[in-house]
Write a protein that binds this ligand. Structure first.
Ligand SMILES: [Mg+2]
Length: 167
């Protein structure tokens, strides 16, 4: 027996790469002459910008980086879809910095936010995760949740997961 009224009890929505354009912001911070469309995997963000994971952490920690990430133009439509399909919609991000919570409260007010690297612990049969990371989707699915991979240039080769595409 299900206790939720809509198709999903809870929809967990990832922030970076789904609601917020982290890739553009990161590429701009490095000054690399590439576009997010050039990324063929998430790891290629480092490769193509010529930066290391340490530098990524540093750039992300820089004052203003997390505060200035812009929403995609599809973000409001995606959230409206989630609201229509889930009894509750929760923002779920691996980014644990307090700046992220401040950003979410300012840019996406009214949404509960969970910060933590292990998204799979929120999985259950009535839970849906929308994420641009195939790795996160697999872990959530393996833990008993439902998933939609959010299509982005860096996950186009992941053809074996249900997906959402919005442009
Ligand atoms: Mg993401």
């Amino acid at each position: 027996m299900t206790t939720h009224k809509k198709p999903f009890a809870t929809i967990y929505v990832d922030i970076d790469g789904v609601l917020a354009d982290y890739a553009s912001q990161y590429i701009a911070a490095t000054g690399a002459p590439i576009e997010p469309e050039d990324l063929h995997s998430w790891d290629s963000l480092l490769e193509l910008t010529g930066t290391t994971y340490e530098q990524l952490r540093q750039i992300q920690a820089d004052d203003g980086f997390l505060d200035n990430i812009e929403l995609y133009h599809h973000t409001r439509s995606l959230l409206a879809w989630a609201e229509s399909m889930g009894d509750e919609v929760i923002l779920l991000t691996a980014v644990e910095e307090p700046e992220r919570a401040r950003w979410a409260a300012r840019v996406l007010p009214g949404y509960e936010l969970i910060q933590g690297p292990d998204k799979s612990k929120y999985a259950h049969p009535g839970a849906l995760l929308i994420d641009d990371s195939a790795k996160n989707c697999h872990a959530f699915k393996d833990s008993g949740g439902q998933v939609r991979l959010f299509r982005q240039p860096w996950n186009l080769t992941e053809l074996h997961l249900p997906f959402i595409y919005l442009k």
